[in-house]
Design a protein around this ligand. Structure first.
Ligand code: 13P
Ligand code: SF4
Length: 331
């Protein structure tokens, strides 16, 4: 990794102009996930959820993609656009969910269930994707599982709460679920959610399907404790679409707090309130404005994926992007 020549704590007054000029000079497109800090969402060429950004990465004409998100997302971009240069402003931006399963663990699980179709949430490493039949994201997981013949066993990984949600909606009993979780969403506590919903009887509720904990938020929704008619279970991109459409005065938002910025941008009359203000993904926040500038200036950190792994992983990711509706916006 190249040593930085930019002090990451001090931002130049013309940061915005510098970023845009360097992006143009490098023929780079900047992609940002909905959980990025506001400055980065506001300067990116495209902001979106993991599925929407993967679709864009597969189609961009620019020779360089600067991915402001976590490492597995930048890896997915590299898999889909192998001949492009893919940069992430800090390669250490990982994902606690992706770390719950590695290639060896998946191979051992497959050996226990020969013939099962492997469905992996996109929050996985390239090595796990290479062992996968079809990837999914939170916006198309139900459609992906429904595309598999009902008599075939399914191994769904790594998120247990998304898995439980998909199982409930598809009604499949031959679906095995890996017991992984995201520490940020698992911390959005069912009890807090219930208390807030009871205190705000007119508010709508947006819930990301990774949300969980001992009393799963999704369980509260599907068991009727939290009223279904004002609850929407959505990917981060789905939340942006729902925010555009809502006429509610207040929406409670159960996901990472970076989401609020994009919701407020598309709807300035509704109040969007995080269910848990401490639901902050420290990995997403490792991508800072100063590191974005450094990335464009120095070409760091470049993302590499072994060609054989990328070729095998691409098949499962391409099947994923063929299913579901895109959710990303052009700035
Ligand atoms: P989305 O696919 O909804 O953008 O979610 C990605 C993610 O990492 C959620 O924690
Ligand atoms: Fe991973 Fe959770 Fe962060 Fe999403 S919020 S990137 S699942 S650690």
């Amino acid at each position: 990794m190249t040593e930085s020549t930019v002090n990451v704590d001090v931002l130049p007054g013309d940061w915005r102009e510098q970023v845009l000029a360097l992006a143009a000079e490098r023929d780079a497109v900047i992609l940002a996930h909905n959980y990025q800090v506001p400055e980065i969402q506001d300067i990116a060429h495209h902001v979106g959820d993991s599925l929407g950004l993967s679709r864009i990465a597969a189609q961009v004409e620019a020779s360089t993609i600067v991915f402001c998100g976590v490492h597995f997302m930048a890896e997915s971009a590299k898999i889909l656009a192998y001949d492009k240069t893919v940069l992430i402003p800090d390669a250490a931006a990982g994902c606690s969910l992706a770390e719950t399963i590695n290639g060896d663990q998946l191979r051992a699980w497959k050996a226990e269930h020969p013939g099962a179709v492997v469905v992996s949430y996109v929050n996985t490493t390239a090595e796990v994707k290479a062992e996968t039949d079809i990837c999914c994201t939170s916006s198309n997981a139900v459609e992906v599982v429904e595309s598999i013949p009902r008599d075939q066993e399914v191994l769904f990984l790594p998120d247990q709460f998304l898995g439980a949600h998909v199982q409930r909606l598809t009604g499949r009993d031959n679906m095995h679920i890996w017991m992984g979780e995201c520490h940020v969403h698992a911390g959005i506590n069912g009890a807090d959610l219930r208390a807030q919903v009871e205190a705000e009887p007119d508010a709508e509720l947006f819930v990301h399907p990774e949300c969980g904990c001992a009393t799963s938020a999704l369980y509260l929704v599907s068991s009727g404790v939290v009223p279904a008619e004002r609850t929407k279970v959505l990917s981060t991109g789905g939340m942006v679409d729902a925010a555009r459409a809502t006429t509610a005065a207040k929406v409670l938002v159960a996901t990472e707090t970076g989401m609020i910025h994009q919701l407020e941008k598309v709807n300035s009359t509704t109040e969007f309130v995080p269910v848990n203000r401490a639901a902050v993904c420290k990995y997403m926040k490792m991508i800072t404005p100063a590191k974005l500038l450094r990335s464009l200036r120095e070409g760091t950190d470049e993302v590499f994926v072994d060609r054989d792994i990328a070729d095998r992983a691409r098949r499962s990711v391409e099947r994923m992007i063929a299913i579901g509706t895109p959710s990303a916006t052009a700035e």
